[in-house]
Design a protein around this ligand. Structure first.
Ligand SMILES: Nc1ncnc2c1ncn2[C@@H]1O[C@H](COP(=O)(O)OP(=O)(O)OP(=O)(O)O)[C@@H](O)[C@H]1O
Ligand SMILES: [Mg+2]
Length: 273
């Protein structure tokens, strides 16, 4: 995907500025919860940026705003220098795809995997020879570590959570998306296959210039996969910068707290003695 001219802005694909989301609930006694407050960051082409923080810190709120699932209370989001709301919705989802914490929610339970993958071609740019479709689906599945004969023809409930999360990454590959919003993309994958998905993201970034917002509460995964990290607490970004700087020389007390909470093998061994 050669889109350097398209991205402009020094290769910045996505830019969030002063993003704030206040949730209000109740009719008479309204209650306001701050989902996100004044969040600003950018993602370049071929860059993986992690969004880390404890549960309820506002990570998914940011993801949902970028995915146009909820509207920001204030602030702006641009894709390739244009407001995300200026894009036709189909065009927007051609560029931006997601992998969710709960991958099953992204699939219609009545459609087989083949159907879901076929529909992805509808969002893809340019037309494609029908005979080619099957070949492309097969090779895409193989490239994300799935055996086509094992998954094709099956329904979402017949697949494991990890297979579903891979399917979502495969779908964005088929569409040729520029940006992947990955909200806890390894939450349903056991430790042994987790590295496979993280490596898949790293290779897509390298080979296809894919940009990724990688949301996690696992500092180890953020460090493994990304070059830059944002740390969120109670809706606000308390620290951001290159991964090694933030995790090796954390400035904010909350980042230090998060790091201290990561169990190390040594501590485990020490307490077991
Ligand atoms: N639809 C909603 N209505 C009201 N409050 C909400 C809504 N969605 C989220 N919140 C609140 O906004 C805050 C941020 O939630 P969010 O889901 O963004 O956190 P998170 O960092 O993704 O957490 P987790 O790691 O558990 O997924 C929380 O206090 C949450 O209770
Ligand atoms: Mg979340």
């Amino acid at each position: 995907m050669d889109d350097t001219s398209e991205t402009g802005n020094n290769g910045i694909v996505l830019k969030c500025e002063g993003l704030t989301k206040l949730y209000t609930s109740g009719l008479i006694r309204t209650k306001t919860v701050t989902g996100a407050k004044d969040v600003s960051f950018g993602i370049k082409r071929g860059e993986i940026v992690s969004l880390a923080g404890e549960s309820g810190s506002g990570k998914s709120t940011v993801a949902r705003m970028i995915l146009r699932l909820i509207k920001p209370t204030s602030g702006s989001i641009t894709l390739n220098g244009r407001s995300i709301y200026s894009y036709d919705i189909r065009e927007y989802y051609r560029q931006v795809q997601a992998v969710f914490q709960d991958p099953y929610s992204a699939f219609n339970p009545f459609y087989t995997v083949d159907h879901v993958m076929e529909r992805a071609f509808g969002l893809r740019e340019g037309s494609i020879d029908p005979d080619e479709k099957d070949k492309i689906i097969q090779s895409t599945l193989e490239s994300i570590g799935l055996n086509p004969s094992e998954v094709l023809g099956r329904y979402p409930h017949e697949l494991s959570g990890g297979q579903m999360q891979r399917m979502l990454i495969g779908r964005s590959l088929l569409i040729g998306s520029q940006l992947l919003i990955a909200d806890e993309p390894t939450s349903m994958i056991d430790a042994s296959t987790r590295a496979g998905v993280l490596n898949l993201l790293l290779s897509l970034k390298k080979d296809k210039g894919l940009s990724v917002l990688f949301i996690t509460h696992d500092i180890g995964q953020a460090q493994y996969v990304s070059e830059r990290v944002l740390v969120m607490k109670q809706g606000e970004v308390v620290e951001q910068g290159p991964v090694d700087e933030v995790f090796i020389r954390p400035k904010h007390p909350y980042t230090k707290e998060l790091l201290a909470a990561v169990p190390t093998l040594y501590e485990r061994w020490d307490t077991c003695r």
